[in-house]
Design a protein around this ligand. Structure first.
Ligand code: HEC
Length: 181
């Protein structure tokens, strides 16, 4: 039962017809066109390259790393906008990567010359020994940085005017990041 219109005058230059018929439709036994094959092979090659760069190399950031970074950025923005500073918000800032890395820059630029590159002290007191002359709560540390040492002869100036509250909270977050609440 051949109901392909051309089935009767099938000549040898045409590809052979496949034997099945579905809904009165027959198929030529064509090979896939080259453009199709190369798209297909290309997709396979691309998937291998993509797989390696995504999962096995540092070239691309994974989704979870992206999400952690994004969450940290959102948290940073939220913390930066909190109106009232207190021990709790300063501790929260000290657990935020954005705050801590900004604070590290502030520290290197303004504080390391007296307190040492690793907070080990020098002209200024050590900030890494857990020993606080003026109290080690976040707000006490914030206060001494902002307002300077109560002992005016000691040589720790007030940083409020030079740095502003935002950068002071960053540098305090950096110092706190080495401590446990
Ligand atoms: C010119 C040197 C100098 C610089 C710069 C400096 N400090 Fe100090 N800092 C001191 C000295 C000296 C003291 C001790 C003051 C005292 O004994 O009254 C001190 C004390 C402190 C304390 C109190 C430590 C405690 O044990 O209670 C903190 C916190 C502190 N500095 C943080 C900072 C931060 C943050 C910066 C950068 C924004 C900074 N300091 C920059 C000299 C410096």
């Amino acid at each position: 039962m051949k109901n392909h219109p051309d089935a009767s005058k099938h000549d040898s230059s045409e590809p052979p017809l496949r034997p099945h018929v579905y809904d009165g439709i027959q198929e030529f036994d064509n090979s896939m066109p080259n453009w199709w094959l190369w798209t297909f092979y290309g997709a396979i090659i691309f998937s291998v390259i993509y797989w390696f760069s995504y999962y096995d190399s540092e070239m691309m950031e994974s989704d979870s790393a992206k999400m952690v970074r994004e969450m940290s950025r959102i948290e940073e923005a939220r913390l930066a906008s909190v109106g009232e500073l207190n021990n709790e918000t300063l501790w929260a800032m000290s657990r935020n990567a954005g705050f801590v890395s900004s604070g590290m820059l502030v520290y290197q630029e303004n504080c390391a010359s007296c307190h040492g590159a690793n907070r080990e002290g020098g002209i200024g007191l050590a900030l890494n020994d857990g020993d606080w002359k003026y109290g080690g709560s976040p707000m006490e540390i914030f206060d001494i940085v902002a307002n300077g040492s109560p002992d005016r002869t000691a040589g720790m100036q007030a940083w409020e005017r030079q740095l502003g509250p935002q950068r002071i909270s960053q540098v305090v977050a950096y110092i706190l990041s080495y401590m446990e609440p």
